[in-house]
Design a protein around this ligand. Structure first.
Ligand code: SF4
Length: 454
């Protein structure tokens, strides 16, 4: 559990008011330290022992683990709550695609193509799976290493290397060590021999226990050896047990502050369910129930897209609505006779409006007014989409320099701002009340654009 400011202050030297930390008192420094706003090294009077103790106490309850390198880094863990509504979830689970060295060359090529290219544009974001999980299943080390080499050369993603054979695992690691692959599984049987090899080229490791309890001595042993980039697999291979174990680990980490389990976890729907639909359902449970990595044996557009959207929704910070930047956006290639619309900056509103405009094949300027991420009606009701503020935004956003006409379409749901907006724009713009729903734009918009040009 995070340490409080009043507990920290008891550990400080109390040389008040020396202020060398930049704060007026030790207490002020302690409060800031507890909230993560400063660091222990700012106080020059702390002993090394106290500093180390404080760093440990202030560390997030769950370790942040990074797999991969460069732009394709996958960061997992560092979660601070059990339930999303308590604050927010921070790092979405990585979705991994299992590729076995037992599969045919054609199947392997198809899966590599899938993990590289299957992606979806969704409210301005690109959604995709994150990394391949390469599985030594054939018993032929040469085949496994050839698979690792092939994936390494044809993608720039991080990887999970899965091999019970330690020799094959570390030979594979040597091929792609610069990509920071996750090595799996480290177990109580192989941990002693694995530690020196892991330390040769440090990368994250996935540990597997027979149950949750078995993970504890393993993480302690690895920590003692200075290995802390760890992912936990409690070894559960049916859905009920897996949910129980994932929940237990999360609660022990966050509620009890139990450091030996303070790491992100892996879940393996690929080993739990053999049928594609059940596997997709298990994966969706793990998105909610705390997994840091979810390994799937395969996916299609139809199974992956819902999972990615679910992940996006669960890992969106509930304290802040999804919003787009305040400015005017060009849809298609507008010119000086193209229509001008204004709407609020809730991401969904913007993408519905711009998609509806695009569907009419009429180029336009969509002016997006900052309404703190609220939809039009809510924003109007909250006083964030009034005539005065919309007028001020239209004046400053620069759209007037892009068009020769002065006709501005407002959303039908904000029809009441018409008069106020006309006044705010000094009667220079004619305000047109558009449809109440974006579905109405299909009929309204092309006719309006045609008249505008005439
Ligand atoms: S530098 Fe250290 S001793 Fe001085 S006020 Fe800050 S916390 Fe207290």
């Amino acid at each position: 559990m995070p340490i409080s400011g009043s507990a920290i202050v008891k550990m400080l030297p109390g040389k008040r008011p020396c202020k060398e930390c930049g704060f007026p008192t030790c207490f002020a420094f302690a409060m800031k330290l507890a909230s993560g706003g400063t660091t222990v090294d700012k106080c020059p009077y702390l002993s090394e022992e106290t500093k180390a103790k404080l760093v440990d106490l202030l560390a997030p309850p769950m370790k942040l683990v990074t797999i991969g390198s460069g732009e394709n880094k996958l960061k997992i863990g560092n979660e601070e709550v059990v339930y999303r509504h308590e604050k927010t979830y921070c790092h979405p689970p990585g979705i991994a695609l299992l590729i076995s060295d037992k599969e045919s060359e054609t199947e392997i090529d198809e899966k590599i193509k899938k993990i590289k290219e299957m992606q979806f544009l969704w409210i301005g974001l690109t959604l995709k799976a994150d990394l391949p999980a390469l599985y030594f299943e054939s018993g032929d080390k040469g085949k496994f290493l050839a698979l690792v080499k092939k994936v390494y050369q044809s993608t720039d993603m991080g990887m999970i290397l899965i091999s019970e054979d330690m020799d094959a695992l570390f030979s594979a690691r040597d091929i792609c060590a610069d990509r920071q692959p996750l090595l799996y599984p480290i177990t109580k049987e192989n941990v002693e021999t694995a530690i020196p090899k892991i330390k040769e080229k440090p990368t994250p490791v996935g540990i597997r226990g027979g149950d949750v309890e078995e993970l504890v001595p393993l993480t302690l042993k690895l920590k003692e050896a200075g290995i802390e980039d760890v992912v936990l697999d409690p070894g559960s291979r049916n859905l009920m047990e897996a949910i129980r174990d994932q929940t237990f680990i999360r609660r022990a980490t966050i509620k009890q502050g139990f450091r030996p389990l303070g790491y992100p976890t892996a879940a393996f729907p690929c080993f739990i369910a053999k049928d594609g639909l059940k596997e997709a359902m298990a994966a969706s449970v793990f998105v909610n129930k705390f997994a840091g990595i979810i390994v799937l044996s395969d996916f299609s557009q139809h199974s992956l897209l819902p999972l990615l959207i679910q992940r996006l929704n669960i890992y969106t910070d509930p304290r802040f609505p999804m919003a787009v930047e305040e400015k005017y956006y060009e849809v298609l290639e507008p010119d000086e006779y193209s229509p001008v619309l204004v709407t609020s900056n809730w991401a969904l509103t913007y993408f519905l409006v711009s998609s509806a405009v695009e569907a009419t094949k009429v180029a336009a300027y969509v002016c997006v007014k900052d309404a703190e991420g609220l939809g039009v009606l809510t924003a109007w009701a909250a006083g964030k989409f009034g005539g005065d503020s919309v007028g001020a935004f239209i004046k400053k956003c620069g759209v007037a320099d892009r068009v020769k006409h002065r006709k501005l379409i407002i959303p039908g749901k904000a029809a009441r701002i018409k008069g106020e907006l006309e006044d705010a724009l000094n009667l220079e713009w004619e305000i047109i009340v558009g449809p109440k729903e974006t579905t109405g734009l299909g009929k309204f918009f092309p006719e309006f654009a045609k008249k505008l040009r005439e």
